[in-house]
Write a protein that binds this ligand. Sequence first.
Ligand code: EPS
Length: 396
Amino acid sequence: MTFRFTTAGESHGRGLVGILEGLPAGLPVSAADVDLELKRRQGGYGRGARMKIESDRIEWLSGVRAGETLGSPIAMLIWNRDWEHWQDVMAPEADDPKSERRRQVTRPRPGHADLAGSLKYDRMDARDILERASARETVARVACGAVCKKLLREFSIEIGSHVAELGGVVAKVGAQHAAPLPANMNAVADQSPVRCLDKDAEAEMIRRIDAAKAAGDTLGGIVEVIALGVPVGLGSHVSWDAKLDGRLAQALMSIPAVKGVELGLGFEAARRKGSEVHDEILPGFSRATNRAGGTEGGMTTGEPLVVRVAMKPISTLMSPLKTVDLKTGGPAQAQSERSDVTAVPAMGVIAEAMLAIVVTGALLEKFGGDALSELKRNVDGYLAQVRARTPRGAAS
Ligand code: EPS
């Protein structure tokens, strides 16, 4: 069964749906496991009033029975509480031709999907675009990612993230800094209002969020996402679309407002000599360093996957930029709907989900199995084969 996932739903519509197909039967999973991740995504200093309205939880629609997956498509539903206030605006039924729908958006926001989407889909009301382009959709991604994380945990693969930069403030903790990452990274990061592991940087980030809010502006940042325990050999060098680094870049770049994805040293590798970039191979096939960020030739190396994800500032500005009105064609100020000042802390949780989904896809592709027991046997057999290659007398 091919592994795939998709989502459906609009920001102020009835709700969101996440569908995962191709997971093995017999994986223990509960709504509480998923809701925990949804709660993490809702947090973060700099979020707007919407997060006070929502309290995201899933309802299983299919694919799980008696606390275990069935191997059939897993569908999860998350209701939008805010829909109560938007029922008439979002109603699927046609309006009385004499009345105009409320809350139309005709002044597209620079940086949002509003303008390109309205032209492409031939819409006069950009709400037809922005409702789906909204990052609210990421709730369903995080739900799917939470189930994937459960599967990965069965193989001791753990995924975490922290905010490495926000509003131009750089945290001095992370894979590229001397200060090591804590073993329980998420537990520590989740204690911080901005999910930052550097207390001094955290205080400055909060100051900058407050200042941006006061100025009607928004802030972006960079998150570092890390997967520990990933076995060597996921993905492949043989074809462009099999390469795991490419698949990670695509998945992470698809998160709303993400503009850059780096693996390991990323762009910095282009500035260094080869001797200062590549990770020397030690007896036992371990590495002296992990500057590659856990992939070589489109395959995992067995070292941690380290991905940095850059998010631009949110495009809804309370002090709006210039635009053109879709109806009149004349100059205007962009629409300023209620929004967040920054969603960088939440983006880390979303990036974890996307990383979990990609690694799950690669794991299932390599090892297959209709039941978790079968998948485990397949993984164990492969790991034994790799261990048998370790030269005699080498460190294990
Ligand atoms: C978003 C705008 C805001 C955010 C929303 C994403 O929503 P609203 O317009 O309802 O205030 O809060 O994010 C979420 C609702 C969420 O769950 O993350 C946008 O335009 O992208």
